[in-house]
Design a protein around this ligand. Structure first.
Ligand code: SF4
Ligand code: SF4
Length: 367
């Protein structure tokens, strides 16, 4: 079957400005080997990438990391985004940004802030993030954001060791003046896979959380929008990971590699294109890496003959590789996958671990 033509443009560009971060979350989505500061794209190189993204049709830019504020030239990068006409969203842990730096970002044209919290209670939040005092600094930063007039989204990654405080996280979002709360269950790649036994929730915890979100969406309609990213390990069918490979999102790593998904750099056998060497439009439309799992032509059975194949696109390639060793396999999150029993086994193993199991924290091991 010929490769599927690319969608006209990705909806969003995720720009990972750096892997440096003062926190050490045990579910961090950064790769196990982190990019050195000396390999990072310069502000002007990011500016060229943003211009190319805008010309391609991208509207939304997510400035991420690591912690993007670890870049001293963050305001210059935001200014490039504004000049390119992109709507810019800063995804930050908030622990190193003070009023003066926030003001410089507002002046540079920043449009939105997404602030992560590790829990609703300071002691637990600081333990999960691996940095004492971080939670208190986040609360101070949230107050600065709302005072500046920027819209604020709160992001909470949830798991077995903080899920019981989901109602308190919803209250926290309201108290901080967030217009949106993203409740995202851990996705088990990279560092999170190493901590799976400590993080995986029970079925009962998951069901309680899902009910809490449903009730809050109803009672807070018009006050708080709640996005809910469900976990795969209790699922019968997978999610359309990143909206499908090479369909909705383009990720650029700190060192300038273009990826269809932030976890894809760990997949073997790929030569992901370099934005310093290839224009973004060619990367999106022509590169072998973006075409490899685009559409349905690559699919094995049971996906090939399945009526959901253009809804979930066969699930997550990184999860398929992590659990089966084959990135082209059906995502084991699907009950029709011959590997689905691996997830049941993982849940049983995790439930045997204590509820407060110690974490293996993210380390800054540079490659
Ligand atoms: S998940 Fe935690 S450690 Fe990883 S980049 Fe975000 S704040 Fe830093
Ligand atoms: S068989 Fe493939 S396409 Fe069908 S539901 Fe499972 S993962 Fe999705």
């Amino acid at each position: 079957m010929p490769p599927e033509p690319p969608p006209p443009a990705p909806l969003g560009l995720l720009a990972e400005l750096t892997h440096r971060c003062p926190l050490r979350c045990p579910y961090c989505s950064n790769p196990l080997s982190l990019a050195r500061a000396s390999s990072e794209l310069s502000a002007d190189e990011w500016g060229r990438v943003f211009e190319e993204a805008a010309a391609l049709g991208v509207l939304q830019l997510h400035l991420s990391g690591g912690e993007p504020a670890a870049r001293r030239d963050l305001a210059a990068i935001v200014a490039h985004a504004a000049r390119a006409g992109l709507y810019s969203n800063l995804i930050t842990s908030g622990v190193t940004l003070d009023a003066a730096r926030l003001e410089s970002l507002v002046r540079a044209g920043l449009d939105h802030v997404q602030l992560s919290v590790q829990d609703a209670e300071a002691d637990s939040a600081d333990r999960i993030g691996g940095l004492a005092g971080a939670h208190a600094r986040k609360l101070e930063f949230a107050a600065l954001v709302t005072a500046s007039g920027l819209p604020l989204t709160l992001n909470a990654v949830v798991h077995r060791q903080n899920l019981e405080r989901l109602p308190a996280l919803i209250d926290l979002a309201l108290r901080l003046g967030a217009g949106r709360l993203e409740v995202a269950h851990v996705q088990y790649h990279g560092w999170a896979l190493r901590n799976r036994d400590a993080l995986l929730p029970s079925r009962a915890q998951l069901d309680a959380a899902t009910a809490t979100v449903a009730a809050a969406r109803e009672s807070l309609r018009g006050r708080l929008v709640i996005d809910y990213v469900t976990p795969d390990y209790h699922a019968r069918r997978p999610k359309a990971c990143m909206g499908g490979w090479g369909r909705a999102v383009l990720v650029v790593t700190p060192a300038g590699r273009a990826l269809p998904c932030h976890a894809a750099e760990g997949l073997p056998g790929f030569d992901f294109p370099d934005v310093r060497a290839m224009p973004l439009r060619r990367i999106w439309t022509e590169s072998a890496a973006f075409r490899r799992f685009r559409g349905t032509g690559w699919m094995p059975e049971p996906c090939r003959g399945c009526d959901r194949r253009e809804r979930d696109w066969g699930g997550c390639r990184c999860q398929a590789h992590a659990l089966t060793g084959d990135a082209a396999a059906t995502d084991p999150a699907c009950a029709l996958s011959p590997h689905h029993a691996l997830l049941d086994l993982a849940v049983r193993e995790a439930m045997a671990a204590p509820d407060d199991a110690a974490f293996r924290y993210r380390e800054m091991r540079a490659r």
